[in-house]
Design a protein around this ligand. Structure first.
Ligand SMILES: Nc1ncnc2c1ncn2[C@@H]1O[C@H](COP(=O)(O)OP(=O)(O)OP(=O)(O)O)[C@@H](O)[C@H]1O
Ligand SMILES: [Mg+2]
Length: 306
C-alpha cells in the first residue's frame, strides 16, 4: 500500500468576477512508506492547494487523495498524519507546552505518553526553555518550530509539511533537515513542499516539480544530479617542461607541476586512456555539474513560457 496515493487531483477556484483559476490540473502521484518526497515549485504553483486537498481541508473539483489507504480528511486518515500548515497560527495566549498538550489530547494520547512525547519534541525543537511563555511573544522562527512540534507529537507514519524550513535561520533549517532524516531512518513517509532546491537535495529520495498546477518533472534526486553532470576538471601531476594535450582538450591552468584540464563527459574515456598510456599521475577529478537549482530554474522557465 502506498503511504500517499493521489489520483487525477484537480482543483478549480472561483476568483474575482467568477474568473476560474485552475490551481491544480490533474495530479497523479504515489509516495511509498519510508520515502522522503520534495514537492518543489515557485510561488503560486499549487503546492499548498495540493497539501490542503491531501488533508481534506479543501474539496477537490475532481480526483482523490488517499493517505495510508484512507480517503483524505477522514478522521482515521487525519490520525496517521502529522501536518504542518503553510502559515501556522495558534491560540497565542497559550504556551507551547499547553498547546502541544491540547493537540495531543485531540489524538487521544494517554497522559504519560503525551507528557513524554511533549518533552521530547519541545526539546528537539529547542522550545523547552520557552515552553511556558505565551506564544504571542514568540519569534517567527519559534512559531514555525511549534508548528513542527505539533506535527510530530503523536508520532504518526506520514508527515505532510507545507514549507517546513520557511522562516528559519540556517541553524533552524539544519535542525529540520536532521529531523526529516531521523523520520526517514525510522521508516516514516515525509512529503514536504518548498521552493528552495537546497532543502530537497540534502534530504529527499525523490522530487516532483510543479509549475502552474502541473507536475513537470518527477524523478529520484540522484538521477537528476547524475543527468546534470557536464564534465570533469582533472588535475594531473606533470613535470614543468612536459606538455600534455589530448584531442584538443582545453588546458585550463598550469601551475608549477599541476595541470588542470576541463574534459566534457563525451571525451572522458578517451582522455583517461591517454593519461594511462603516458603514465601521468591523476591528482584529483572534480565533477562539474548543473545542480538541482539550475535544473529547477530551467524547468520553471520553460514551463512558464509555455
Ligand atoms: N482560496 C483561493 N481562492 C482563489 N484562488 C486561490 C485560492 N487558494 C489558492 N488560489 C490560487 O491557486 C494558485 C495556487 O496557489 P497555492 O497557494 O497552492 O500556491 P503555492 O505553490 O503554495 O505557492 P507559495 O509558494 O506562494 O506558497 C494560485 O494562483 C492562487 O492564487
Ligand atoms: Mg504555499
Amino acid at each position: 500500500m502506498n503511504a500517499i496515493q493521489i489520483t487525477g487531483l484537480y482543483k478549480q477556484f472561483s476568483g474575482k468576477r467568477m474568473k476560474k483559476i485552475d490551481a491544480l490540473k490533474g495530479l497523479d502521484l504515489e509516495i511509498a512508506p519510508g520515502e522522503v518526497f520534495g514537492f518543489l515549485g515557485p510561488n503560486g504553483a499549487g503546492k499548498s492547494t495540493t497539501i490542503k486537498l491531501m488533508m481534506g481541508l479543501l474539496r477537490p473539483t475532481a480526483g482523490a487523495a488517499k493517505i495510508m489507504g484512507m480517503d483524505a480528511g477522514q478522521t482515521e486518515s487525519r490520525r496517521s498524519v502529522g501536518y504542518l500548515p503553510e502559515n501556522p497560527a495558534f491560540y497565542d495566549y497559550l504556551g507551547a507546552e499547553e498547546y502541544i498538550a491540547f493537540v495531543g489530547s485531540q489524538f487521544r494520547m494517554g497522559k504519560s505518553l503525551l507528557a513524554r512525547r511533549s518533552e521530547e519534541v519541545l526539546k528537539r525543537l529547542e522550545l523547552w526553555d520557552a515552553r511556558k511563555r505565551p506564544m504571542r511573544g514568540y519569534s517567527k522562527g519559534m512559531v514555525q518550530r511549534v508548528g513542527l512540534a505539533q506535527a510530530l507529537v503523536h508520532d504518526p507514519d506520514v508527515y505532510i509539511l507545507d514549507e517546513p524550513m520557511s522562516g528559519l535561520d540556517p541553524i533552524g533549517r539544519a535542525l529540520v533537515k536532521d529531523i526529516i532524516l531521523d523520520l526517514k531512518r525510522r521508516g516514516k513517509c515525509v512529503f514536504f513542499s518548498t521552493h528552495i532546491t537546497d532543502d530537497v537535495e540534502k534530504v529527499c529520495d525523490r522530487v516532483g516539480v510543479i509549475v502552474k498546477g502541473t507536475l513537470v518533472a518527477l524523478d529520484r534526486v540522484e538521477n537528476i544530479l547524475r543527468s546534470g553532470v557536464e564534465g570533469y576538471l582533472i588535475h594531473l601531476k606533470m613535470p614543468e617542461t612536459e606538455s600534455f594535450s589530448f584531442g584538443g582538450i582545453e588546458l585550463f591552468r598550469r601551475t608549477d607541476s599541476v595541470s588542470e584540464y576541463y574534459v566534457p563527459c563525451s571525451a572522458f574515456n578517451g582522455f583517461m586512456g591517454e593519461v594511462n598510456r603516458t603514465g601521468t599521475d591523476v591528482l584529483l577529478v572534480e565533477t562539474k555539474r548543473r545542480d538541482l537549482e539550475d535544473f529547477f530554474l530551467a524547468l520553471v522557465k520553460s514551463a512558464q513560457g509555455a
